[in-house]
Write a new protein. Structure first.
Length: 179
């Protein structure tokens, strides 16, 4: 699932899909940049589809797409007999996150906190409240000096809501997701 075509997100998606035969899911304009991917499934904003592993809904994101005519997006991913995840992609805070939180029980929200290109830590904490997310994984920070953030500060702000747990995952670490 690709959120948009900026290089730090699209990355090697085409090569991985080419090598493994994995299905590449994205907005049509982004998928058009990946002609080598054998299996693709286009979705557009607000649309959902039931895949063998569960359902996926493409959600709006307020960000540029990196390809003419495209839109940046996020995803709600509800795994069969498993957790429901919301991956925001790159985005600012937007009030429709409240609708996502009202519609789904979000077990894990993956939210950018880096500021400059996306929302920063305060807005990401507000997003956590909008989403009523139980666990939050902060992403999109400390890659470059302009998006330097201390994830512990985000943890402190977001966990002021007692039902929220922030899970900081360092590069190379893994996290087992449970419902
Ligand atoms: Ni981006």
């Amino acid at each position: 699932m690709v959120s948009h075509a900026h290089f730090d997100h699209l990355g090697d998606a085409e090569k991985i899909a080419e090598r493994t035969g994995a299905t590449l899911i994205g907005i049509p304009e982004v998928l058009s940049l990946c002609p080598g991917a054998k299996n693709t499934h286009p979705l557009n904003i607000g649309g959902s589809y039931r895949f063998p592993f569960g359902y996926v809904r493409m959600t709006p994101a307020v960000h540029s797409s990196g390809v003419a005519g495209g839109l940046a997006c996020g995803y709600v991913i509800s795994i069969i007999d498993g957790p429901t995840l919301y991956y925001a992609g790159d985005t600012s805070l937007f009030t429709d996150m409240q609708i996502i939180g009202a519609k789904e029980r979000i077990d894990y929200a993956i939210l950018p906190i880096g500021d400059n290109y996306t929302m920063g830590k305060e807005d990401a904490a507000r997003a956590t409240q909008f989403l009523k997310a139980h666990n939050v994984i902060p992403v999109h920070y400390n890659t470059w000096p302009v998006i330097k953030q201390d994830p512990e500060e985000f943890k402190q702000i977001a966990e002021s809501v007692p039902t929220t747990t922030v899970k900081i995952v360092k590069p190379g670490e893994s996290l087992v997701l449970s419902k």
